[in-house]
Design a protein around this ligand. Structure first.
Ligand code: ZN
Length: 511
């Protein structure tokens, strides 16, 4: 419903439209940088991006915006919480306060530290020499701490950083969720390891023509509901999606002749992000609401399509015959069931980005624990490799052979970005929690998927998640969509059931 205000809301929307246009222009430049820009463009592009983002920051944090927010908070005090008007003011206030709390020198120092640390991290990883990177990580830990102090927190410094990416989420809440995950997953991982032979994935390495993979993947994501009139797919080293505006939401993928999963599942993953952006409401365009509720909620959309749908048996009942028609040679003698099993092979491995559904969250837990301890000073940077190995052994049962496959593997710690990792696990949990409710609302979902019908699933997600953009915090969104805040139980039940069946494990006794 429309809410009556004087011209102030109109004025605020004008300013926010400009802020949005600036960040959207930056997104086009970033997309270009990751896809087609020649290497010589790197230094110039860094300047262009920094100028655009600075202008948008200045515009958002102006005194005028502060005054407009003060006035509109009074005027809209009785407006419904979920109205576009009240939500624009509420979410802009959150962004405005956070941006204003960070002194611009601190923001600049953090950006600078990141750009200095990045090449050192690359060299340290290449040489497998943690001591090279240690002083830079120390600096980044210190900057993360100063940012947490500037933003403020009630209980733990990590709360401040977490709240920036996952609004409303606390370290305490997350620690409880991870403890529950650990209790369920560690024994499941070792059960699977004992039955590793039950799943054979050699078919995935038989050689698949890259061009055919790309066109097949594009056709699949189109069938799922990714709109190519408002989207496109290109190649990049690290696949990503970018929502530029409602009419232009792009995805990228990568392709390997020797490993089937990369291209198709990469494309499905990014199309999940893409469909989220394509489904955001028209009334929130060119405002801060036109974005994902959080990185974690964004990730829930990609994981839902990639794993819960794309790695399901009904999905492969539908798609396998057409895949086999495109790749008769490598798929000779294979059936949909064998292929379903292959794409779901689970085994503990060292690299987070290559981890399967079961083990993935343990990689995130490890990083969450180390980040909170570094931030609070209970862990010293020099002791990180040892702490990494000890926990890796206890969670996934493996001895980490070197730091390249351990503490040096992720790019994240080369910049000042603590608080980002938990979003990956939140995404997995949210996807399962939504799916539990979707299955209750659409009882014949599997039958629909098996016949290649995805429209009712997509329209459920549109209605309950996509259309709202950033209107609600992750917990608010989940409460509205599923009746509960974030909980680990649906995801735990999902992996125990799916992987218990795949590996022929005894189902855990539930009490
Ligand atoms: Zn993603």
């Amino acid at each position: 419903m429309a809410v009556k205000t004087n011209g102030k809301l109109h004025r605020l929307r004008q300013v926010l439209a400009e802020v949005t246009d600036l960040t959207r222009a930056a997104r086009v430049l970033e997309w270009d940088q990751e896809t087609y820009m020649p290497p010589g463009g790197v230094p110039g592009r860094a300047e262009q991006l920094s100028t655009l983002l600075k202008l948008s920051h200045v515009r958002l944090t102006s005194d005028e915006v502060g005054r407009l927010l003060d006035d509109l908070e009074d005027e809209l005090a009785d407006a419904p919480f979920d109205s576009d008007e009240a939500s624009i003011v509420r979410v802009t206030r959150r962004d405005y306060d956070q941006e204003r709390k960070l002194p611009s020198e601190l923001v600049a120092e953090a950006a600078h530290a990141g750009s200095v640390a990045r090449p050192v991290w690359e060299k340290a990883r290449h040489d497998d020499d943690f001591s090279l990177f240690a002083p830079y990580l120390e600096k980044n830990v210190e900057l993360n701490r100063r940012i947490a102090d500037a933003l403020g927190y009630k209980e733990r410094p990590y709360d401040a950083l977490l709240d920036r990416s996952e609004p409303g989420m606390t370290t305490r809440q997350l620690a409880l969720i991870f403890a529950e995950l650990k209790q369920a997953i560690v024994p499941l991982v070792s059960d699977i390891a004992r039955h590793a032979d039950a799943v054979d994935d050699s078919v995935l390495y038989r050689g698949f023509d890259p061009d055919l993979q790309l066109s097949y993947a594009l056709n699949v994501v189109r069938r799922l509901g990714y709109d190519l009139e408002r989207g496109r797919q290109d190649l990049s080293t690290h696949p990503f999606s970018t929502g530029i505006d409602p009419g232009d939401v792009r995805i990228t993928t990568r392709v390997s002749r020797d490993f089937f999963n990369e291209c198709l599942f990469g494309s499905i993953h990014e199309s999940g992000h893409g469909m989220y952006s394509q489904g955001m409401g028209a009334g929130i365009d060119r405002t801060p609401l036109w974005d994902g509720a959080s990185p974690g909620v964004h990730e829930s959309q990609s994981r839902l399509w990639e794993n819960v749908v794309g790695r399901s048996l009904p999905f492969w009942r539908h798609f396998f015959p057409s895949l086999q028609a495109v790749f008769p040679e490598p798929l000779r003698g294979v059936d949909h069931e064998a292929f379903y099993r292959a794409v779901n092979k689970a085994h503990p491995s060292f690299i987070r980005v290559e981890a399967d559904e079961v083990t993935y969250n343990m990689h995130v837990l490890l990083r969450f624990e180390l980040e909170t301890e570094l931030l609070e000073g209970t862990l010293k940077v020099k002791d990180v490799p040892e702490a990494w190995s000890a926990r890796f052994k206890s969670y996934l049962g493996l001895d980490v052979p070197n730091d390249r496959e351990g503490a040096l593997q992720d790019i994240h710690w080369s910049s000042v970005s603590f608080g980002i990792f938990p979003g990956y696990t939140i995404g997995n949990l949210v996807s399962a929690q939504l799916m539990e409710k979707i299955r209750a609302d659409i009882p014949d979902l599997d039958a629909q998927i098996e016949t290649g019908q995805f429209a009712s699933l997509l329209s459920w997600l549109r209605r309950h998640v996509h259309i709202h953009g950033r209107k609600f915090t992750p917990d608010e969104l989940l409460e509205r969509a599923t009746g509960k805040p974030l909980t680990a139980a649906p995801w735990i039940a999902y992996v125990q059931k799916k992987f218990g069946a795949l590996y022929g494990l005894k189902q855990p006794v539930r009490n």
